[in-house]
Design a protein around this ligand. Structure first.
Ligand code: SF4
Ligand code: SF4
Ligand code: FES
Length: 491
């Protein structure tokens, strides 16, 4: 293990560590554009130049390995002058877009210019190289070539992570630009990571552009529920509106996010958001809807069934199980789901589209119930008169429902989820609005933290279940989210 000094501090670095990484371990930040910890090193931007004692020229810290006895300076006058020169060079052809650029506030050029340069341009603005601006390049991305500093992070992402290689550096010298290979579009399922990785405003998200200035955004760490992978995310929001989801890189699960997962926040304020009860396709206030749903479940009683859902949290499944056992006193309830879980595309997207197949298991262990096959059999045989469940779970027993047509009472966050022919639908708060416990495909516990509040009157599903039980004269005693987890053992 080589021992070296960086700005006078001694470090013993593991073999293969670069100067940039060794400095980082000492808490010394070296500016960079092309370097990304999860992509190959290309060493082309020269922003990370440092001085190494006895070396004839400055070296790039991102591509130079730490060696025994090196004495490295990261903030000498020579280094500072080089940074200023690199920035001046990059800015020569950069457009004067900052006031209208969506990257403002998180732009590598703006930030480093303020920190390391502040130099006046010696270049005549009229002589700038012009390049194509504001092109849509795929469903989620816009590309402004004039803002590009040719760091090639986007090119490397497409060739190394998605392995789709849509992007290339075209032409030579100051004619160079990032271009799409003929006949391709950036729709590889992970394209929004390119907007995150682009250090300037060249690649921006078409979904997020101009919706909000980044300095107004608050950040809440939470979990993506788009599939069983359960990626860690940050929900960025302001004034009770979510504007984008970004990854929280972690060693266990995810560095990136898929495009599908990034868009899951849209359901929260979608036009079909359910905020009232629905009885026979007509919207009514929640209270009468609850009374009507409770009356229909009461009517069916022992021939009523309750189905849990791998799309719901442990708490909400546990509340449904309590309702089946303590309010309906039926034996027809099921919390038994299986899905061959695993990453299906070699990156992140899981075979299991539901986020909590593993998290329903502790509910089954604590509360029992019948298998999904047995429940389907009883429904198909006409033994079940009414079923209470979360709307998306209806797909799991669709053949049985088709065969017998029991009365369906569903919980739904959006009307688009309500299965055709449902008798009643009750709204509930999404997991961007209420905390919930999930277990991902690796068995890792995931807890959502709500960045925004639910629409007025819309409550967490466990609380709606509690009210439903009171309408039938049973107290489940679910006065807090903690109550729901009593007796449930999650590893
Ligand atoms: S578009 Fe962005 S990520 Fe791609 S090379 Fe240009 S600056 Fe780098
Ligand atoms: S892979 Fe799954 S958990 Fe990860 S971002 Fe995509 S949908 Fe969400
Ligand atoms: S970060 Fe080292 S050359 Fe770009």
């Amino acid at each position: 293990m080589p021992t070296l000094t960086i700005d006078g501090q001694t470090i013993e670095a593991a073999k293969g560590t670069t100067l940039l990484e060794a400095a980082q371990q000492l808490g010394i930040y070296i500016p960079r554009y092309c370097y990304h910890p999860n992509l190959s090193v290309s060493g082309n931007c020269r922003m990370c130049l440092v001085e190494v004692e006895k070396a004839p020229k400055l070296v790039t810290a991102c591509s130079t390995e730490a060696a025994q006895g090196m004495a490295v300076l990261t903030a000498s006058n020579k280094v500072k002058a080089a940074r200023r020169d690199v920035l001046e060079f990059l800015l020569i052809n950069h457009p004067l877009d900052c006031p209208i650029c969506d990257q403002a506030g998180e732009c590598g050029l703006q930030n480093y210019y303020m920190e390391y340069s502040l130099a006046k341009s010696r270049f005549n603005a009229a002589d700038k190289v012009r390049r194509p601006k504001r092109r849509a390049v795929g469903p989620y991305l816009a590309l402004d070539n004039e803002r590009c500093i040719l760091c090639t992070r986007c090119v490397r992402f497409c060739s190394e992570v998605t392995k789709t290689s849509e992007l290339e550096v075209m032409e030579r010298s100051d004619h160079s630009y990032i271009g799409l290979k003929e006949g391709t579009a950036l729709d590889n399922g992970y394209s929004l990571n390119i907007a995150d990785n682009c250090p300037v405003g060249a690649f921006t998200s078409r979904d997020f552009r101009f919706k909000q200035r980044v300095w107004f955004l608050k950040k809440t760490p939470t979990v993506c529920l788009g599939c069983a992978t359960g990626c860690l995310i940050e929900a960025q929001h302001n004034e009770n509106v979510i504007y984008r989801l970004t990854p929280r890189p972690n060693a266990e699960t995810n560095t990136w996010l898929c495009d599908y997962g990034r868009m899951t926040y849209k359901a929260v304020r979608a036009g079909d958001r359910l905020t009232k009860g629905v009885i026979k396709n007509g919207q009514i206030d929640l209270k009468p809807a609850l009374r009507e749903a409770a009356a229909r479940m009461d009517e069916a009683r022992r021939s009523a069934a309750v189905l849990g859902s791998p799309w719901l949290s442990v708490e909400d499944n546990a509340a449904l199980a309590r309702f089946a056992k303590d309010a309906l006193r039926t034996e027809n309830y099921c919390f038994d789901f299986n899905c061959g879980q695993g990453i299906k595309d070699g990156i992140l997207i899981n075979n299991d589209p539901a986020p909590n197949t593993s998290g329903v298991k502790p509910v089954k262990a604590a509360c029992g119930g019948i298998t999904l096959t047995e429940l389907s059999r009883r429904i198909a045989a006409g033994r079940i008169k009414a079923v209470l469940m979360e709307a998306r779970a209806a797909a799991l027993i669709k053949d049985a429902l088709k065969a017998a047509g029991p009365r369906l009472i569903v919980f739904a966050a959006n009307t688009g989820e309500i299965p055709a022919g449902a008798y009643a639908a009750l709204p509930y708060a999404s997991y961007f609005e209420t905390p919930g416990t999930f277990v991902n495909y690796q068995g890792l516990l995931r807890r959502t933290k709500p960045p925004v509040e639910a629409p007025e009157g819309v409550k967490p599903l466990w609380a709606v279940v509690n009210e439903l039980a009171s309408c039938s004269g049973t107290s489940l005693g679910l006065d807090s989210v903690e109550e729901t987890l009593k007796g449930i053992y999650i590893k």
